[in-house]
Ligand binder design. Structure first.
Ligand code: HEC
Ligand SMILES: [Cu+2]
Length: 479
């Protein structure tokens, strides 16, 4: 009895030490030899690691501030890791000891540093790597966790360093490696905030205000508009498997990463171990990553987008994978079975034939009585005014003045109608509170609509009553 209990105890003890030993093994694995890391420029990825042991890897990365093309006709001063945006791709193996050398080019105006999300240690290396222009810093770390990680500059103001292009990816391959694929590419999304609006030509400085407001002018893959389009497109042949190492530098936006015309066969969610299958769009957080695998069965152009779709078609978040037919491969026949292309174009005649004319809703309602005016005016209010002044007329503190019990309305319906037609700007006082903002002119509203909405607000929320009609509004419009 005693003996059994003892052996049970040793068994548990053995299991416990065994588990913790395998957890610790990345830290304890002996380091054999030394090599210099091969760093690549996007969309290229360094070759897979074939070593079956951990080694000491030397990484040399240079920060540099360079003027370059953001889109055709638009120049920007990029702050870079390795002279490129996104920064150069680093590939190591789980258990490796990395000796990291960060060099800040003498022409830099700013100090820089690096926070690698793969690092276990304070600031991900940020403190130890803080480097003045014309200096180099060295620190070492052990790659304990496999996966795909973002690195970025973390020098204050951090947001500004990231917004200017200081981010990239480091891949820590698991001990056994990832399953092999035919082609691997590096894609990194990010946004730019410029003084001028999207497309405004010339040199564009960074806009801190827009970055804080998260109003991106450009959302791009690989550092500029068109970096993965046309001659720069990624390529593959039918029947091949393509893996994308995808990162999001942000600084603010979360990407709804999607490839038009493909389904991700596998997604290594957030760049970690967990594999999801058969995914259409996958989220890539700012400061996060994902790995996606696709088999390319059908020839043609596959378009990479952030499926927050205005970013793709209006701000630049577009890329391409051109898939050409591999004539040798049997897959040609297969591909036409997977997708036929257009096989016919016929006339469509629905039964009954006649197409109903859509009766257009009258935009403007002519009201015979004051109570009709109030009723129609309420609809105009809810469609046009409520967004700012709120459905109950209470306004928004310090921004939009109230219309409910507003003493400003003592000026009379003519003033209110004029404010709607011509807009209202500059300081006004409503119920003792100052507002200094702008109400846009809403001259596209018809005379009836303006008359009705003014009559509505004057007869609602405890306001003094009164009315104005369309002919009076027409007179104010002409002023
Ligand atoms: C885009 C937001 C916006 C919309 C839409 C808007 N307003 Fe305003 N409105 C304002 C702002 C801002 C002011 C204060 C302007 C200033 O500070 O000079 C204002 C002021 C007013 C005032 C005078 C101040 C008060 O509180 O009595 C009236 C009356 C008014 N709006 C009526 C309307 C009506 C009616 C509509 C719909 C037809 C409308 N507004 C739509 C933003 C808006
Ligand atoms: Cu920096």
């Amino acid at each position: 009895m005693h003996l059994i209990r003892l052996s049970l105890f040793t068994l548990i003890l053995f299991a416990w030490t065994h588990v913790s030993a395998s957890e610790m093994s990345a830290a304890n694995e002996p380091i054999i030899g030394e090599e210099e890391a091969v760093l690549t420029i996007a969309p290229n990825v360094p070759p897979p690691i074939t070593r079956d042991h951990a080694t000491k890897v030397i990484v040399n990365l240079e920060t540099r501030e360079l003027r370059g093309r953001l889109t055709d006709g638009v120049e920007y001063t990029f702050w870079t890791f390795g002279g490129v945006v996104p920064g150069k791709f680093i590939r190591i193996r789980e258990g490796d000891l990395v000796e990291f050398h960060l060099h800040n080019h003498p022409s830099s105006r700013m100090p820089h540093n690096i926070d690698l999300h793969a690092v276990t240690g304070p600031g991900g290396g940020a403190e130890s790597s803080f480097t003045a222009p014309g200096h180099s810093s060295t620190f070492s770390f052990k790659a304990l966790n496999p996966g795909l990680y973002v690195y970025h500059c973390a020098t204050a103001p951090v947001g500004m360093h990231i917004a200017n292009g200081m981010y990239g990816l480091i891949l820590v391959e698991p001990k056994g490696g990832y399953p092999p694929v035919d082609r691997e590419y590096y894609v990194m999304q990010s946004e730019f905030y410029t003084k001028g609006s999207h497309g405004e030509t010339g040199y564009q400085p960074f806009s801190m205000e827009k970055a804080i407001a998260e109003q991106a002018d450009y959302v791009v893959f690989n550092g500029s508009v068109g970096a993965l389009v046309g001659d720069n497109a990624m390529t593959a042949k039918t029947g091949e498997t393509v893996r994308l190492y995808v990162g999001n530098g942000g600084p603010n936006l979360v990407s709804s990463f999607h490839v038009i015309g493909e389904v991700f066969d596998k997604v290594y969610i957030e760049g970690g171990d967990l594999v999801n299958r058969n995914v259409q769009s996958t989220l890539v957080p700012a400061g996060g990553s994902t790995i996606v695998d696709m088999e390319m069965q059908v020839p043609g152009r596959n378009i990479l987008v952030d499926h927050s779709i205005f970013r793709a078609f209006n701000k630049g978040a577009l890329g391409m994978i051109e898939v050409s037919t591999d004539e040798q491969a049997v897959s040609t026949e297969l591909s036409t079975m997977v997708y036929s292309g257009k096989t016919s174009d016929d006339i469509y005649r629905p039964e009954g034939g006649a197409i109903l004319d859509l009766q257009e809703e009258p935009t403007s309602r002519v009201a015979a009585t004051q109570s009709d005016q109030i009723q129609f005016g309420k609809q105009v209010y809810n469609q046009v005014c409520a967004a700012c002044h709120q459905p109950d007329g209470s306004g928004v503190a310090n921004v939009f003045p109230p219309l409910a019990e507003s003493d400003w309305l003592e000026r009379g319906p003519v003033s209110a109608a004029a404010a709607i037609l011509h807009g209202l700007a500059g300081k006004i006082t409503v119920n003792g509170v100052d507002y200094n903002s702008v109400m846009p002119a809403m001259a596209s509203l018809s005379d009836e609509d303006v008359a009705n909405v003014v009559t509505y607000i004057y007869n609602t929320w405890g306001n003094p009553g009164g009315r104005i009609d369309a002919s009076e509004v027409a007179g104010i419009r002409g002023e």
